[in-house]
Design a protein around this ligand. Structure first.
Ligand code: 3HC
Length: 287
């Protein structure tokens, strides 16, 4: 498969990452069908894409006529069968391996045999998704960063079964999306999340221990290191639940204490304080 042959892309899941991926694809000229679990989630995804497009207009990154044209390029569905004709799939559902494995096996039955099946997983083993299909050479990780329309990186993950042709395709397709690609092997956390998780965990522990205030931790990193966000603000953006599951996967893989989610992160998830998406995390977002 050649990147230029991709006309329609199926995106599974239209949450924080899925909605951003739909936007990136539409902006690059693809037609997109996204799958969600129910009508309410289809609408919520549509709303998130609209909001981000509006932000791009406000920031002067997109003009209004381009925004209106983009709106015609994506549509949501709750029926997996509607993805039967797509030329590429990017899966971005919740980080739950059995759910992903089940979807890959159903996609394998449904889609054309030459179609590449990619996952946006942030840490789970690609090889388990690959071996749920009869095309393990055509399964690859395409890991976007939050917010996908803004972040320039696309981390590609080559499972033991992924072919070099599939990696070449993903590199070319990533470039068409305006992203810079890096290549990692199929090990929990890949490049970015392996480094990010211990840093974010250390920040939560520092706050939990009362060593410094959350504002001072964030200010120190922004002004001292030039990061656009401090670690606690970043956790609110990513979602505390997402980072908790990434930490658990990394801890399971390496059994190293630096990856073990701090108790406060677990308590916050249990309380529903997931960050921006629920209106409350380390900070309040007034929703
Ligand atoms: N569409 C297009 N462009 C947009 C946009 C949108 N919806 N929203 C913002 N932008 C552009 C702005 O125009 C601006 O561009 P410029 O630098 O050329 O002027 C740039 O993005 C930054 O915007 P702002 O400075 O106005 O700040 P915002 O509040 O709008 O953006 C942010 C915030 C982009 C999120 C920035 O704070 C940031 O980069 N934070 C760090 C994010 C990060 O680290 N993400 C990675 C998380 S890890 C991950 O995702 C992995 C996962 O597996 C856990």
């Amino acid at each position: 498969m050649n990147p230029d042959d991709v006309k329609t892309v199926g995106v599974l899941g239209c949450g924080i990452m899925g909605s951003g991926i739909v936007e990136v694809l539409a902006k690059a000229g693809s037609d997109v069908i996204y799958l969600e679990r129910d009508d309410a989630r289809v609408e919520r995804g549509q709303g998130a894409i609209e909001k981000s497009l509006q932000k791009a207009v406000t920031k002067g990154k997109l003009d209004e006529s381009a925004r209106d044209e983009l709106r015609g390029r994506f549509k949501g569905t709750t029926n997996l069968d509607d993805l039967a004709g797509v030329d590429l799939v990017i899966e971005a559902v919740t980080e739950d391996l059995p759910t992903k494995v089940d979807l890959f096996s159903r996609l394998d039955e449904l889609t054309k045999p030459e179609v590449i099946l990619a996952s946006n997983t942030s840490s789970l083993p690609l090889v388990q998704m690959a071996t749920a299909t009869k095309r393990p050479d055509k399964v690859i990780g395409m890991h976007f960063f939050n917010p996908p329309p803004v972040m320039k990186l696309l981390e590609l993950v080559k499972a033991l079964t992924t072919s070099d042709e599939t990696v070449e395709f993903a590199k070319g397709f990533g470039e068409k999306l305006g992203k810079t690609t890096v290549l990692a092997k199929d090990r929990a956390g890949f490049i970015v999340n392996l480094l990010l998780t211990s840093y974010l965990n250390a920040a939560v522990k520092m706050y939990e221990e009362g060593f410094a205030s959350k504002e001072d931790i964030d200010t120190a990193i922004k002004l001292g290191l030039g990061h656009p966000m401090g670690p606690l603000e970043l956790l609110d953006l990513i979602g505390i639940d997402t980072m908790l599951s990434v930490g658990e996967v990394l801890y399971d893989e390496f059994k190293s204490q630096e990856f073990a989610p701090p108790p406060l992160a677990r308590r916050m998830v249990q309380a529903g304080y997931l960050g921006r998406k629920t209106g409350k995390g380390f900070y309040d977002y007034g929703q």
